[in-house]
Design a binder for this molecule. Structure first.
Ligand SMILES: O=C(O)CCC(=O)C(=O)O
Ligand SMILES: [Fe+2]
Length: 289
């Protein structure tokens, strides 16, 4: 990722370090409004269970329903373009992997340093699987548990320092976006302050992967039919050519139209290069070649 980008641009920093903070992508008051709209959900949600999520933290998903204004985060033009630039070379379309609100309470321990792409037990190294974005809802400081990163750890050949002292806390403010690759070693910091640290994670992945949060279950057709078509496609109401992610051999977007016929023809969804190759094969058999 060089060429058209300046050395301090987000794509260059993401490629070099495995993470970057992009400042002032949205007005702070827009983020504050989303933050306030989640107060009830944070209060009503019990603490997480388990050593990965962390016992002094709260998390919940399904944010596009709980706080529809999060659409502006999920569909942010610059973020989508960045995610696509990383992922599109290795998929037909990208997909929404999860939305998750995270609240780190005072006393929370540092999260286990991890690579998010280890969700998928595939051989890694050829390309990235995932691009994640943290939208801070409160200022992220070293004291309240700002996400920590090991710069360069997204590289296959990384054999650098993975000690605690090599981590960098990505301090940032509401309105900023903290972006990292699925291959980057990271984790929430310990919250040694008296304040809550709140944020929203929006994660994008290669469109052929099983998402962390099953998007088409959290946004069933009766919900997704109220989304714009591009958002509906991102949450799974679109096939990944060739023919992956269908319902009855059809693009699942037909479920959004309301009627659901019992019998429909299965229709190929092929990339143009695949359609051309198959047409040639069929025409040869018909003697049309
Ligand atoms: O809350 C954070 O700072 C990071 C959370 C995280 O990395 C995760 O849950 O996978
Ligand atoms: Fe993570």
């Amino acid at each position: 990722m060089t060429g058209p980008f300046s050395p301090d641009s987000a794509p260059v920093r993401l490629d070099r370090d495995g993470f970057c903070v992009i400042r002032n992508l949205l007005p702070a008051n827009q983020i504050d409004a989303i933050d306030c709209s989640l107060d009830y959900d944070f209060a009503a949600t019990p603490y997480c269970v388990g050593d990965f999520f962390g016992e002094r933290t709260k998390r919940f998903g399904r944010l596009l329903t709980r706080a529809p204004a999060t659409r502006a985060l999920v569909m942010h033009d610059a973020i989508l373009a960045l995610a696509q630039s990383v992922l599109s070379p290795n998929c037909d379309r990208i997909a929404l992997n999860l939305t998750q609100a995270v609240e780190i309470h005072p006393g929370a321990l540092a999260q286990y340093p991890h690579r998010d792409h280890d969700l998928w037990p595939a051989i890694k190294g050829g390309h990235q699987f995932q691009v994640n974005v943290m939208w801070p809802l409160s200022p992220f400081t070293e004291a309240n548990g700002a996400t920590r990163f090991w710069p360069g750890s997204h590289r296959l050949t990384y054999d650098g320092d993975v000690s605690e002292s090599a981590a960098i806390a990505a301090t940032c403010e509401p309105g900023d976006a903290l972006v990292w690759l699925g291959g980057t070693l990271h984790g929430a910091g310990a919250n040694v302050s008296d304040d809550l640290r709140r944020g929203i994670i929006v994660s994008y992945c290669l469109g052929w992967l099983k998402p962390f949060e099953l998007q088409w279950l959290v946004y069933p057709p009766e919900v997704a039919r109220h989304f714009d078509p591009d958002l509906a496609a991102l949450v799974g109401y679109a096939q990944h050519r060739p023919n992956l992610g269908n319902v009855e051999g059809r693009c699942p977007s037909y479920l959004l139209a309301g009627k659901r016929p019992d019998h429909v023809a299965a229709v190929d969804a092929l990339r143009p290069d695949q359609a051309d190759a198959l047409r040639t094969y069929v025409q040869t058999q018909r003697g049309e070649g």
